[in-house]
Design a protein around this ligand. Structure first.
Ligand SMILES: Cc1cc2nc3c(=O)[nH]c(=O)nc-3n(C[C@H](O)[C@H](O)[C@H](O)COP(=O)(O)OP(=O)(O)OC[C@H]3O[C@@H](n4cnc5c(N)ncnc54)[C@H](O)[C@@H]3O)c2cc1C
Length: 439
């Protein structure tokens, strides 16, 4: 192996990778970050594209509560943020009403979930619902739980942990925030901090092969460059870690973030496959006029029974942007369509929600962008959710291999805000702290 050039190499410049890089370089370590995409940020992706009247969030958009690391970084970066205001409305067959997601049976649901926790049991959400809430009386509740779990947590109810959802839903109702100018400002702040600490960030550099032995790592990129380090932090998404080992030849042609380890690390990759990873596509549509001004006054979120069911508005009300959110079965139907048909479907859903003609809406549309994360070669999905196996699997994945290979990223986080940027920041910081403590 070549001599060691960097004390730590980090794969991925998303929230976890940038956070780890900042901590390590501030502690005097020489750090190289290899990022596959053209720009850093990963699932924090603020677009500044012609046609949109301001920056728009193709990935993370909200700070889900008073989350310590996110708010601390915003403060350090002098970046302002503001609370999301407005009501959540439900629209069924064009009729607008206040959200009543759980058919008035929320208390009963929480009690049964609490009893499960007291028994120290866990089971997949679908099995829990079938056992505790059978029959016609609870059909609405079962559907609501599924929609909520799929929509918010990107969870598959067949494998998702009931206890994990219970713990998360208890945290519901916290204030949410949007960052002025978007998450991109936080990305830029972290990049500046990393560079100030002497860290090198190489974009357009997908890692392909990892050759390692205790205390030494060699990372080879898709275009054949080779870098050596003393330790490695892998922060790629579960979508990349869960890829089945394919014939190397076909993998190299596919242009994905797929990583090959020499020697292999089957235990860790098996653990990664036991975690849940959901899919989401986000739709950004800017119109000439906020035609929803009247119906949508004071509204922040709309949940509907349309093919593209979930939409949200920006505040203030004058914004001309509508954002759609597509997960679960609705996403599967959407995924195979071409771009034109996708936009038509979005407009038809909006037409029925707002009582407008689809042709008129098409005329009003200035710009549309579909952030298709499951097709993104270096993300391949959305964010993680807990299965009944996650607790054990995460323990394995959080164990460094021979004090040389470390994993980090939102999926490795243990705490009250899973699947978030905060989760990724926390995990990246923890990995860096482990390395700093060792040497
Ligand atoms: C549509 C959407 C909306 C979201 N909304 C919110 C929200 O409102 N609030 C919130 O808190 N969270 C939200 N999230 C979740 C949040 O964005 C993620 O949890 C977080 O950004 C993940 O950070 P990470 O560092 O773990 O992973 P990533 O951001 O995925 O970073 C990993 C990096 O590794 C790179 N990579 C992959 N393969 C390779 C390779 N072989 N070599 C080199 N680099 C590689 C990728 O390009 C990527 O940049 C959202 C996610 C999505 C998809």
């Amino acid at each position: 192996m070549a001599e060691i050039n960097y004390s730590v190499i980090i794969i991925g410049a998303g929230a976890a990778g940038l956070m780890a890089a900042r901590e390590l370089s501030a502690a005097g370590r020489s750090v190289l970050v290899l990022e596959a995409a053209k720009t850093p940020g990963g699932r924090m992706l603020t677009l500044q594209e012609e046609g949109f009247s301001g920056p728009v969030e193709a990935g993370a958009e909200f700070v889900h509560g008073a989350l310590p690391l996110s708010l601390q970084l915003l403060k350090e970066g002098g970046i302002t943020y503001r609370p999301v205001r407005g009501k959540m409305m439900q629209v069924q067959k064009g009729e607008w009403g206040k959200r009543n997601m759980f058919d008035g049976q929320w208390e009963e649901l929480m009690q049964k979930m609490e009893a499960l926790e007291e028994q120290g049991q866990d089971l997949p959400v679908a099995d829990f619902l079938a056992r505790e809430f059978p029959g016609e009386k609870y059909a609405g509740l079962r559907e609501s739980v599924q929609r909520f779990a799929e929509g918010y947590d990107l969870a598959d109810v067949k494998t998702a942990s009931t206890l994990a959802l219970y713990r998360e839903w208890q945290e519901e109702g916290q204030e949410e925030y949007r960052i002025d100018g978007g998450y991109g400002r936080l990305v830029q702040f972290l990049i500046d901090e990393c560079r100030a600490g002497g860290c090198l960030i190489e974009n357009s550099s997908p890692a392909k092969e990892i050759r390692w032995q205790p205390g030494r790592v060699e990372v080879v990129t898709a275009d054949g460059r080779s870098y050596s380090g003393g330790k490695l932090i892998i922060t790629v998404s579960l979508g990349i870690l869960q890829m089945e080992p394919a014939v190397p030849e076909s993998v190299s042609k596919q242009q994905t973030g797929f990583l090959q380890f020499f020697p292999p690390i089957p235990g860790h990759l098996q653990a990664a496959r036991q975690l849940g990873y959901g899919a989401v596509t986000k739709i950004l549509m800017e119109f000439r006029e906020p035609f929803w001004r009247e119906k949508g006054k004071g509204v922040s979120f709309i949940l509907s029974d349309e093919p593209i069911p979930t939409w949200w508005l920006q505040s203030p009300d004058e914004s001309r942007l509508l954002t759609g959110w597509l997960t679960g079965a609705a996403l599967k139907k959407f995924a195979g369509l071409d771009q034109e048909e996708r936009i038509k479907r979005c407009l038809r859903s909006l037409a029925s929600i707002f009582g407008q003609g689809p042709d008129w809406l098409q005329d009003q549309l200035v710009k549309a962008f579909i952030a298709d994360w499951p097709s993104s070669p270096y993300i391949k999905g959305g964010y993680s959710f807990d299965t009944v196996e996650s607790e054990q699997a995460r323990k394995v994945l959080r164990q460094a291999i021979e004090d040389t290979l470390f994993f980090a990223g939102e999926a490795l986080y243990e705490g009250p805000s899973p699947g978030t940027v905060e989760a990724a920041f926390t995990s990246g910081k923890e990995a860096a702290e482990k390395i700093i403590a060792q040497s």
